[in-house]
Design a protein around this ligand. Structure first.
Ligand code: 2HA
Ligand code: ZN
Length: 266
């Protein structure tokens, strides 16, 4: 099997093993490099065309690997051709063609509008480097969203203070979107606005969207955020008497050569 498909499938199952993908929860899209799309061309055997509810001219002619709507991450390694697929965005960015996979009449993830608009935002934010958008339902970061107002400064400070690596891994902070109906174009537009500023955003009472250049970087980002949320909730339950100070966060950022979001420090 093509390496890019192997790596994609591994990430789907890694998320399941973490407990982040109950039932059909979560979804993953990857913007393929030209050579990766070319390596998969021998697989292309369909031309099902579907219109998009959003316009993404910035993604015209891009190839994506996507999970299927209603499909389970748990089943991806067993039958990739039924649970994931490869699509190509139209020339005008208003639709796409399914070229491989999603067999049995499946469609791409219900969160495809959010994924595509998030890709546009993160491509802009990273000078075209971002290729992965990943949505998961980790329990701790979702639980944490019940304990704070939907405010990026509050959330980012909690996470930075909960594990020393955090300020180095996501010095921009993490955004948070208040509860909205999933699967639609409204939540897609709001997410895309927010994710321009942060590599990951939490959907309150729902889960998280993470982004990155590679599968490792994106999975690692979500893993780090979820671990920090777990530590925070454990420490909060036990009783927090002290934490990492703002000066320590500054020293940490300078030691690792990252620019921490000063708006979130006091
Ligand atoms: O794919 O996670 O947000 C199911 C979902 C919707
Ligand atoms: Zn979800």
């Amino acid at each position: 099997m093509q390496k890019v498909l192997e790596d994609y499938i591994r990430m789907c199952y890694d998320g399941f093993l973490q407990g982040w993908h109950e039932r059909n929860g979560g979804n993953l899209t990857y913007r393929m490099r030209e050579e990766e799309a070319a390596s998969c061309a021998p697989l292309f055997s369909q031309d099902r065309h579907i219109a998009l509810p959003v316009e993404v001219p910035a993604l015209k002619n891009e190839y994506f690997i996507t999970t299927g709507s209603g499909r389970y991450m748990r089943n991806v390694p067993l039958a990739p051709q039924e649970n994931i697929g490869i699509i190509r965005i139209d020339d005008d960015g208003r639709g796409y063609t399914i070229l491989w996979g999603l067999e049995g009449g499946a469609r791409p993830t219900s969160e495809l509008p959010s994924h595509l608009l998030n890709h546009v935002s993160r491509m802009e934010a990273t000078g075209g480097k971002c290729r992965v958008i990943y949505h998961a339902h980790p329990a701790n970061i979702t639980a944490l969203s019940y304990t704070i107002e939907p405010d990026a400064k509050t959330l980012s400070r909690i996470l930075w203070q909960s594990e020393t690596e955090c300020a180095v891994v996501f010095p921009e902070g993490v955004g948070i979107l208040d509860w909205m109906i999933p699967g639609g174009t409204d939540i897609a537009a709001e997410s895309a606005k927010l994710i321009r500023k942060y590599p990951a955003i939490v959907w309150a009472f729902h889960g998280i969207f993470g982004s990155g250049e590679t599968f490792d970087e994106t999975f690692g980002l979500v893993h780090t955020i979820e671990k920090a949320a777990e530590i925070y909730l454990k420490a909060k339950g036990a009783g927090i008497i002290r934490t990492i100070s703002d000066d320590q966060l500054r020293i940490l950022a300078s030691a690792f050569g990252v620019r921490i979001n000063e708006d979130f420090l006091n």
